[in-house]
Design a protein around this ligand. Structure first.
Ligand SMILES: [Ca+2]
Ligand SMILES: [Ca+2]
Length: 167
């Protein structure tokens, strides 16, 4: 673990705005999911989460990929730190695309679903209400009449982290 980070809880919108304006603003995020689709025949899915930043030119930049949780449809991923410039180019309203995959050792990983969010939404959610997103597979949504989702993803934690001033 990196123990030289100084952790600050968000204390209001002004605080994060200030941190975003600096170039040393980091955020710690933690996600878990519930009731993901099972993609494996003889065991449960092995889910991991990817976050992509959608740039102004529509290109997608991978920001973070979590570890794989083996055989678990209700995974809890380790918290991780990302800089706000990497996560959202220091723009709270930048679209983030999140994909959930079932890891496979052979061949292609199986796609479970996706959702869209922004850092603004995550930050605001950390007050009273925990936020969760439907993890949606658009193919199922188009074809299955009573399709609701392929699981839900929950933001467990979102807090500002700042690197100490250089000596
Ligand atoms: Ca498995
Ligand atoms: Ca698998």
């Amino acid at each position: 673990m990196i123990n030289w980070f100084m952790l600050f809880e968000f204390s209001g919108p002004g605080v994060i705005a200030e941190e975003i304006s600096g170039n040393n603003g980091y955020v710690e995020l933690a996600f878990c999911a519930k009731k993901l689709d099972d993609k494996d025949l003889f065991s449960k899915s092995d889910p991991f989460l990817e976050i992509y930043r959608i740039n102004d030119d529509e290109s997608e930049q991978l920001v973070y990929r979590t570890e794989v949780i083996k055989n678990n449809l209700n995974p809890v991923w380790d918290p991780f730190k990302v800089s706000l410039s990497s996560l959202c180019s220091c723009d709270e309203k930048k679209q983030l695309k999140c994909l959930i995959w079932d890891y496979d050792t052979r061949g292609k990983h199986d796609y479970i679903g996706e959702f869209y969010t922004t850092f603004e939404q995550m930050r605001k959610a950390m007050g009273e209400n925990k936020i969760h997103w439907d993890c949606v597979n658009p193919k199922y949504k188009a074809k299955k009449r009573h399709y609701k989702n392929s699981g839900t993803v929950i933001l467990k934690d979102c807090k500002a982290v700042q690197l100490p001033e250089s000596q």
